[in-house]
Design a protein around this ligand. Sequence first.
Ligand SMILES: N[C@@H](CCC[C@H](N)C(=O)O)C(=O)O
Length: 289
Amino acid sequence: MSTRIAFLKGHGTENDFVIVPDPENTVDLPPTAVAALCDRRAGIGGDGLLHVVRSAAHPEAAHLAAQAEWFMDYRNGDGSIAEMCGNGVRVFARYLQRAGHTAEGDLAVATRGGVKTVHLAKDGDITVGMGRALLPEGAVTVSVGARSWPARHVNMGNPHAVAFVGDLADAGTLHDAPPFTPAAAYPDGVNVEFVVDRGPRHVAMRVHERGSGETRSCGTGACAVAVATARRDGADPALTGAPATYTVDVPGGTLVITERPDGEIEMTGPAVIVAEGTIDAEWLESFAR
Ligand SMILES: N[C@@H](CCC[C@H](N)C(=O)O)C(=O)O
């Protein structure tokens, strides 16, 4: 009988993840294996994968072990690595709570984008301290077909380009990554958000994610959108001295983002575990080389 590897499936506002609990970092997960697991027809299916590892057992996180017991080794659906995943970190925390590794209250999670503090309510939404946004200078233009819009750079640990459009349908099918001018603006790729207004401090977005394609939500993207919208609205908390809270609708639900005058950003949203099972290790190993 072949060995089996545990997995779970979860989502946050329908940004969905394969979760692989691997406390001692013994499961080989090269990009080909991650892409196979995330394949929606031939695998389990997901926008990305959450590899749950003790920080002390992972070479990229061992230096953070004193601050955070667990490391979110996040991978995009194509197997590429990203610095941070805002929906993923909530689902990661929900898994740790369900597995009995943490209780309600505050939990520190190590990510490639630094240590994040997650606040878990018993059954309710989860709030994450997402850190500060960086707003690099410079302009880019994002295009869909013959139309183009200026986009704002916002870095949430990972790169985002935020474009305000007249209608979310303007983004088209988003089957492919929208092109940029200048083309070399994002040598490591970028997540692109298209945004419309819904009301006072209330926007809606669609996103094309680096490494995953169009997804139904992106937590870091929603934070980038809230930050870019606050600057557009003249509501930059560093200038007004008042927190700015935005409701961001995504195709898979709603996220609430608050930026404080010190620049710290909090995101609140749901996180749900929907299934668990086992992966055939022989099948997975067939993608390892
Ligand atoms: N969906 C995530 C972001 C995942 C990483 C992104 N695709 C990247 O490559 O930067 C989120 O909820 O933040």
